[in-house]
Each structure stands twice: as structure tokens, then as C-alpha cells.
Design a protein around this ligand. Structure first.
Ligand SMILES: C[C@H](O)[C@H](O)CC(=O)C(=O)O
Ligand SMILES: [Mg+2]
Length: 394
């Protein structure tokens, strides 16, 4: 096993769902009116495709070993990511032992520092890292959660993100996170409508079901504070990603401002141990939400999670499907997981990265047993019906 080396790295792109879950057809709830940093421009307010949320597409990274085993992973990085993998990162993998993940990560990160650090470069490194973990698991015949130290509980519990928390409650989820529709540019009228929508949802789901608002980086401290205050009596459990990711000072202020008991969550667009260190040392939030496919992969998430544990912060990864499930089940400070409702009307459970992966497990009654994850690697296959293209080679 220790002799197995990496023979070839390949990068592909694919459109229509998959890891770029925003790349959906018109009419999907995820492309409805959702408050974003672009909502101050009326022409980009009514849907997110208008400002290009779906431009990237999915990157598929394959890593083939000398014994013929192929590990793979998917993330959001599209053609730019494919270029970075083929023309830059592949050199740090090919010929190396498949066990040298830590060293490969370090070389990929340091070699891209001059144009990387966050964003699409780290998404791409994450994709490569996840493919390496998948390969290691497959060669060893072990699921990734076992490579990470083993499950600390028998099942995962999920909250659902989508437009219909009321339906999510009926499907057995523990809570529902809704996109916030109106941002500061729509003034007090928009704020009232946000609160009315929450009140309406509260009346449908009852008092015991968690309700959360995802603000997708779109507010300012004042607006977020007023939203949190108004939402408090409606039992809002957390206010998520209220501010732009670089406004660490604003997050720290918001955390001081929100009513007692309400959680401040953020971090889905944060990356690496250094980004999360800022969030923690500045006491910006209660819960961090790294996306396993965007924060640096599993190799980096291990470090981020340990740092969070020492700061008494929970880690509830954003989306990321199986890459998140295999991690969350191994960590005490990750007590539940997110499930993104990818059905266009959020009215049924479909695999998060549909249609790209085969064997992608989904929660049943809001839960998933560890046995659903007991397959080598991340336990998923690429759907041969999805058309991959390889825009670059090396
Ligand atoms: C619904 C949100 O705007 C976004 O599309 C997903 C997200 O931020 C989350 O799942 O969290
Ligand atoms: Mg979010």
C-alpha cells in the first residue's frame, strides 16, 4: 500500500447542478429573489443568475494511482479550476506516494500564495485534497470517516436549507433555514416583509422547530441588528452570513448586538486556518460554517475544527454533501449537518449534488445512519450520463 503512487491527475468541468449547486435552471427556489451584496442594484435584485452566480460550474478532479485505483472529488471552480489543476497543481502530486497528503497540500498552498489564499484557488486545492482522501480510502478499502478517526455517533441529524421550512419539518428535519429576500436597499418596508415572512413560517411550523435566516453577505451591522431584534420574538435560532466575509469587525459588533440566545453563524465563504483564526480570535460568531469544498478540503478542515474546538465554537459545515457528512460524523463539536434542498420547489429530498454523483446518500426523516457512509473513500461515483469536458491537459 505504501508503495502506491499517483500516476496521473486530470481535471474536468461539467454544467448543471453538481458541486456548483447554484447552476440550476430558471424557476428554482435558489434563484428566486434573495438578498445579496448585488441587491442594491435593482437590475440585479430579482434573481442571482442576473449577476452571474452560476458562471463557474463544477470542477471534477480525478487522481489515478499506480495500481489503477481512481479517486475523485467535485467542487465549485469550473474551467479556471481545471486550468489551475492541470497546469499548476498536478506537478505536486504526480509521482508522489498517495499517503503524502499533508505535504502535497502544503506545496499546493504555498506555490499558489502569489495568486491564491482564498476564493477559487482554495476551492480548487480543496477539490484536489478531497480527491486524494477519496483515493486513499479506496486503496485502503476504508471510508474517509474511518481515516479521520471514526464516527463519534451512530447517525447524522440534519437541518434543511430551502424556501419551505414548513415542508422540511414534515420531512423530519430539525430545522429550516430560509434565504432572506430583502436587503438594506429596500428599507424599512423590506425589513417588515422579512419579518412578516418569518412570522408566517413560524405560524406554520410551530414553536419547537428551528428557523434561521441566511443573509448571504448582504446586510450591514445596523440592518442585521434590527433584523435580529425583530426576529428574536419569532424565535429565530441564528442569523447567518449577515455581513461581507471580510468585515470581521462588523461581525464582532453584531455578535455583541444580537439578543441573548440568538446565534451568529458565518464562514461559508471563509477559507483556511488563518481566515477562521480571525473569525475566532475576534469573537465574530458562535458557529463556523466552512464549506469542505471551499475552505481547503478535509486536510485544512481538521485544523480549522481543532481551532474551533479550543475556542468553544461549533463547526457546522456549509453544504458539501458527502465531503461534509464524512467529517461531521467524526467530530464532537459538529453536532448536526446541513442539507441543501435541491428540488426546485424545495418540496422533496433529492441528492445535494444531483445529478452528478451516483450513490450520494440522502437523509431519511432528517437523519442518516453511519452505515450509509460505510463505503471506501467518500463512497460516491460519477454519473456517466453527465457530460464531462477536459479543457486543459498537461
Ligand atoms: C440559500 C443561500 O442563499 C445559499 O444559496 C446557500 C447557503 O448559503 C447555505 O446553504 O448556507
Ligand atoms: Mg449560507
Amino acid at each position: 500500500m505504501t508503495d502506491v503512487t499517483i500516476k496521473q491527475v486530470r481535471a474536468y468541468t461539467v454544467r448543471g447542478g453538481g458541486a456548483d449547486y447554484h447552476d440550476q435552471s430558471e424557476g428554482h427556489w435558489i434563484d428566486g429573489q434573495i438578498s445579496t451584496p448585488m441587491s442594491k442594484y435593482p437590475e440585479y435584485r430579482m434573481n442571482r443568475r442576473s449577476f452571474g452566480l452560476n458562471v463557474l460550474g463544477t470542477l471534477v478532479v480525478e487522481v489515478e494511482a499506480s495500481d489503477g485505483t481512481v479517486g475523485f472529488a467535485v467542487t465549485t471552480a469550473g474551467e479556471i479550476g481545471a486550468f489551475i489543476v492541470e497546469r499548476h497543481l498536478a506537478r505536486f502530486l504526480e509521482g508522489r506516494k498517495i499517503t503524502e497528503i499533508e505535504k502535497m497540500w502544503d506545496q499546493m498552498f504555498n506555490a499558489t500564495l502569489f495568486y491564491g489564499r482564498k476564493g477559487i484557488v482554495i476551492n480548487t486545492i480543496s477539490g484536489v485534497d478531497l480527491a486524494l482522501w477519496d483515493l486513499l480510502g479506496k486503496v485502503r478499502g476504508e471510508p474517509v470517516h474511518e481515516l479521520l478517526g471514526g464516527a463519534v455517533r451512530d447517525e447524522l441529524q440534519f437541518y434543511a436549507t430551502g424556501a419551505r421550512p414548513d415542508l422540511a419539518r414534515d420531512m423530519g428535519f430539525i430545522g429550516g433555514k430560509m434565504p432572506l429576500a430583502h436587503g438594506p436597499a429596500e428599507g424599512n418596508e423590506g425589513l417588515t416583509r422579512n419579518l412578516e415572512h418569518l412570522a408566517e413560517m413560524r405560524s406554520r411550523v410551530g414553536d419547537d422547530f428551528w428557523l434561521m435566516y441566511d443573509c448571504w453577505m448582504s446586510l450591514d451591522v445596523n440592518y442585521a441588528t434590527r433584523l435580529a431584534q425583530g426576529a428574536s420574538e419569532l424565535g429565530l435560532k441564528w442569523i447567518e452570513e449577515a455581513l461581507p466575509p471580510d468585515d470581521y469587525w462588523g461581525y464582532a459588533e453584531l455578535k455583541r448586538n444580537v439578543p441573548k440566545g440568538m446565534l451568529v453563524n458565518t464562514g461559508e465563504h471563509e477559507a483556511t486556518r488563518w481566515g477562521f483564526r480571525l473569525l475566532m480570535e475576534m469573537d465574530c460568531c458562535d458557529v463556523i460554517q466552512p464549506d469542505v469544498g471551499w475552505c481547503g478540503g478535509v486536510t485544512e478542515l481538521i485544523k480549522i475544527s481543532a481551532l474551533a474546538d479550543a475556542h468553544n465554537k461549533l463547526v457546522v459545515p456549509h453544504g458539501s454533501s458527502v465531503y461534509s457528512y464524512h467529517f461531521v460524523i467524526t467530530r464532537h463539536n459538529s453536532p448536526f449537518a446541513e442539507f441543501l434542498m435541491m428540488a426546485p420547489k424545495a418540496d422533496e429530498v433529492v441528492p445535494m449534488f444531483h445529478p452528478l454523483l451516483l450513490d450520494e446518500p440522502v437523509p431519511s426523516h432528517g437523519r442518516m445512519s453511519v452505515s450509509a457512509l460505510d463505503k471506501p473513500g467518500f463512497g460516491v461515483r460519477l454519473n456517466p450520463e453527465c457530460e464531462l469536458s477536459r479543457p486543459y491537459t498537461h
